[in-house]
Design a protein around this ligand. Structure first.
Ligand SMILES: Nc1ncnc2c1ncn2[C@@H]1O[C@H](COP(=O)(O)OP(=O)(O)OP(=O)(O)O)[C@@H](O)[C@H]1O
Ligand SMILES: [Mg+2]
Length: 717
């Protein structure tokens, strides 16, 4: 595909050929010149259509400006089309023009004066100009051949642009759409849509951004993922983009909250040497803002929405979004401006030619030989929905294992077990090594992977943002082994070290993970419920979002046993919920429940309650027909005959007999424990010393305990 288009009049063919030769000598292989016998318009092709296609496809247009060019309608049309397509234009003045000025349509672009002769110094300026526009073959092809040209499961980064292939058309299309949005004031956001692993992030990071960096009309802010602190993330990128010290981030975050994104950007851009450039915010994995009920995400969405409505300064945005979240976004009521001011482009699957390029071109850059037939063999295995991430991962593993001799072979590939197995095999190997070397970590790994997962929107599982702090210390070294193999990804995010599953293909291809999630689905749901509750509570402060009952108890249990590590926000919600639960139970008269909600009182009372529970359970065996006891039975079967049973009985009573079932009693005058509880369903009472004091003749088996004490008792009716 041509990269440089030379716009010239046929009357200036000599100058055009001289330029073509200079460019070719310099290493610019991608040229389009209409009379060029090798790269130009093929004989018999439709002249106009071919020119138009080439103009669309190129990255830069070099205009050989002369009186002939000025007088040609077609040459004028070429310039107009180039501008409409957002192309970079460099003008070379090649004849005296008899004192006429350069037309305004070219005036704002770079130009070089060749009228005094085309010497090396003048061309040196052209090479510099092209390099500044990112069109230098030298610059784009620079890649350390010792470095793997196959990044693996992670999305391509900007630094990996030289080895990013197969997405030229999409990249150009996106740039054209961005330029179109910039021209139309009503459009502020371009959404790059596609399924999981379709290549959205890579196109944006390694395709579009490197090109836009060289376009002085854009001021590209480094891309970021929203993560847990989207406003802070944005502030940090702004500080970096506008040369502010790293600690300016928090002041900028405050400023963003106090005023608005456009206002802050206006101030920042105005202070630079390109005050008219349009800032471009790039938000990757936009769906992170839409899953769950996080207040920080909602706050950020409100800011973005306001930026879409702002008419005093136009900020453009480009976001990547999983297609399955489009419906979620459309249903939201709090982002009407975003919905109105956004356009979208869907990333198509890569065709066979593009897939072949991503296999063979990076190899060429590193002078790595691919055995004949290897590319075809790899392509045969790309028919699955996860083809792209699996192919990327497979190529990476092939490189790691086989590049030393400068050659990758089909046999080496077959030894990996094909694309469908390569990821699972790598993960299995790490898991086996952990099992052998570190049994403690091995036992904790399922919990760690569960913590890095969540239930996806369209069924299935999705990765969740987690930080290293969320995981027990004992499992972290084992997790690092997965990071080393690029199965997990570790990255810094606003001063916090995150760790997460590198790609969701892992959920679909690695058996042990599927099994852990299956076994611990209740834990996963609980953790997700907890995350959502933290989000809702921090947003609305509504007591209804505090945790209660069995859920709260289970989360506390999981945290105490070290199976999950609570974040500070989660910890504080759990503590707050526990206090509220105790108050509520006390208000309702459920003294046992309240006592059990309090760790100190619980430890005091636990041994005393146990005999009662045992007795109730024994009694229930003889009274299957009693609905009340039948219910206890249900509870008791699920739980051990420990105080957990009492807790469940207490909670269940509140749930099933909200009015009369609450256990009643008095807190003792000594304040720290209970004198008596009455179970209204059967009239049983238990004193603080654990003995059963009285019975009601309602069908329950009656027996008098020895030496029962009734001190301080005021029995319930
Ligand atoms: N042009 C390409 N050449 C080689 N590998 C690619 C290319 N595009 C994407 N990949 C690889 O495909 C995988 C998925 O790419 P990427 O992460 O960009 O997709 P995505 O659509 O953003 O995925 P997600 O929905 O998970 O965010 C990655 O392993 C990436 O390295
Ligand atoms: Mg992505």
């Amino acid at each position: 595909m041509s990269t440089v288009f030379i716009s010239h009049s046929s009357k200036d063919n000599v100058a055009a050929e001289m330029l073509r030769q200079r460019l070719a000598d310099r290493g610019y292989a991608s040229l389009f010149l209409d009379f060029d016998p090798a790269d130009g318009i093929p004989v018999g092709a439709s002249w106009e259509r071919t020119l138009y296609r080439q103009l669309q496809a190129c990255d830069v247009v070099i205009v050989l400006y002369s009186a002939h060019h000025r007088d040609s309608n077609w040459c004028f049309a070429e310039i107009a089309l180039a501008r409409m397509g957002g192309k970079r234009v460099i003008t070379l003045l090649i004849d005296p023009l008899e004192g006429q000025a350069i037309p305004s349509i070219l005036g704002e672009h770079q130009f070089l004066d060749l009228r005094g002769g085309a010497d090396d110094a003048t061309f040196a300026r052209l090479w510099r100009g092209l390099a500044e526009l990112g069109i230098s073959d030298e610059a784009t092809r620079r890649w350390d051949p010792k470095r793997s040209p196959y990044p693996g499961m992670l999305a391509f980064s900007e630094a990996e642009a030289p080895v990013f292939f197969g997405r030229g058309d999409e990249t150009r299309q996106i740039i054209e759409l961005l330029n179109a949005n910039k021209r139309r004031d009503s459009q502020r956001m371009l959404m790059i849509l596609g399924g999981s692993g379709s290549g959205k992030s890579s196109i944006v990071r390694a395709g579009v951004i490197p090109k836009l960096r060289h376009d002085t009309q854009w001021w590209v802010i480094d891309p970021f993922r929203p993560g847990r602190e989207p406003v802070a993330e944005l502030a940090e990128r702004l500080a970096r983009a506008f040369g502010q010290p790293p600690d300016a981030g928090s002041a900028l975050a405050n400023e963003l909250r106090r005023s608005s994104i456009p206002q802050v950007l206006l101030t920042l851009v105005r202070r630079t040497n390109r005050p008219d450039a349009t800032p471009l915010l790039v938000i990757d994995q936009f769906e992170e803002l839409l899953s769950g009920a996080d207040e920080r995400a909602a706050e950020f969405l409100r800011m973005i929405d306001a930026a879409c409505a702002s008419d005093h300064f136009a900020v453009q945005m480009m976001v990547t979004l999983r297609s399955d979240f489009l419906a979620v976004l459309e249903q939201r009521r709090d982002v009407p401006n975003l919905q109105r001011a956004s356009s979208s482009m869907s990333v198509p699957p890569m065709d066979r030619r593009a897939l072949r390029a991503l296999i063979t071109e990076p190899a060429r850059l590193c002078a790595l030989e691919l055995e004949d037939g290897l590319a075809d063999r790899l392509l045969e295995d790309t028919g699955t929905p996860d083809a792209l991430p699996l192919l990327a991962f497979g190529l990476r593993v092939l490189w790691d294992r086989g590049h030393e001799d400068g050659r990758l072979t089909t046999a080496e590939y077959e030894a990996l077990g094909g694309l469908g197995r390569v990821l699972a095999r790598e993960a299995d190997a790490v898991l086996d090594a952990v099992k052998r070397d570190d049994p403690t970590a091995y036992a904790l790994l399922p919990g760690a992977f569960v913590r890095m997962s969540r239930l996806g929107e369209g069924g299935g599982f999705a990765r969740a943002v987690s930080s290293w702090e969320d995981h027990p210390v004992a499992v972290r070294a084992a997790m690092r082994r997965f990071v080393d193999k690029r199965i997990l990804m570790s990255r810094g995010e606003n001063g916090v070290d995150r760790v997460e599953i590198a790609h969701e293909a892992l959920f679909r291809t690695w058996g042990p993970l599927a099994q852990w999630l299956d076994e611990q689905i209740d834990v996963l749901r609980l953790v997700q419920f907890l995350r959502d509750s933290v989000g809702r509570f921090s947003r609305d402060g509504d007591e209804a979002d505090l945790l209660r009952g069995p859920r709260l108890a289970r989360i506390k249990e999981l945290a105490q046993s070290g199976q999950i590590v609570l974040t500070p926000d989660e910890q504080s919600l759990v503590e707050r919920s526990a206090t509220a639960e105790k108050d509520r139970l006390l208000r309702e008269g459920n003294v046992i429940g309240a006592v059990l909600a309090d760790a100190t009182l619980r430890s005091l009372l636990e041994p005393r309650l146990k005999p009662l529970i045992e007795e109730l359970l024994a009694e229930q065996k003889t009274r299957e027909a009693s609905s009340a006891f039948g219910f206890y039975d249900l509870q008791a079967r699920e739980l051990a005959d420990t105080v957990d049973a009492a807790k469940n009985i207490a909670q269940a009573q509140v749930r099933w007999h909200p009015r009369e079932a609450a256990l009643t009693g008095n807190t003792g005058a000594r304040g720290n424990y209970i004198d008596v509880f009455t179970f209204p369903c059967c009239g049983k009472q238990v004193l603080s010393d654990g003995s059963v004091s009285q019975f009601r003749s309602d069908g329950c088996q009656v027996h008098e305990p020895e030496g029962s004490a009734t001190k301080g008792v005021s029995p319930a009716e």
